[in-house]
Design a protein around this ligand. Sequence first.
Ligand SMILES: [Zn+2]
Length: 148
Amino acid sequence: MDHFTFADMKKIKRENLGDLVPLELFRTIRLIGLYQALPMNGKGTTQTIGRKIGEELGVTSVNELFELFENMKIGIPTIVREDEKGMTVAIHDCFCEGLPVMEGKMVCDLEGAIMEGALTKIQGKRVSVREVKCNVHGDEHCEYEVRY
Ligand SMILES: [Zn+2]
């Protein structure tokens, strides 16, 4: 065995601390570790990491992907617009909800890239996902523009 799969991540055997970590740890890794520590807010790196994670999730439909997002407590996705060229996905209760607003910043690019990797695999062709709204940007919720 030389690499981990997403299925391996679910093999948890901790006697006292269980299977959850606090949201502030996730945010710290995401925002202080990735977003602030990497050059250009980690743009290219985050994209690579997210796509790879998305491909490994093993989801086979948009519904399954959205369920996973909710079950993993990343956020609750809903499709707010859809046509043959793509869809707009709003995320409620996003992990970033409640953080201070910072003018001009959108911080949920990793989650968009995860969606991109998963959707590309589901559709069998290149799908692109762009973050267009974010709580941190002062928007009413986080939102992604998905193009097939
Ligand atoms: Zn967000």
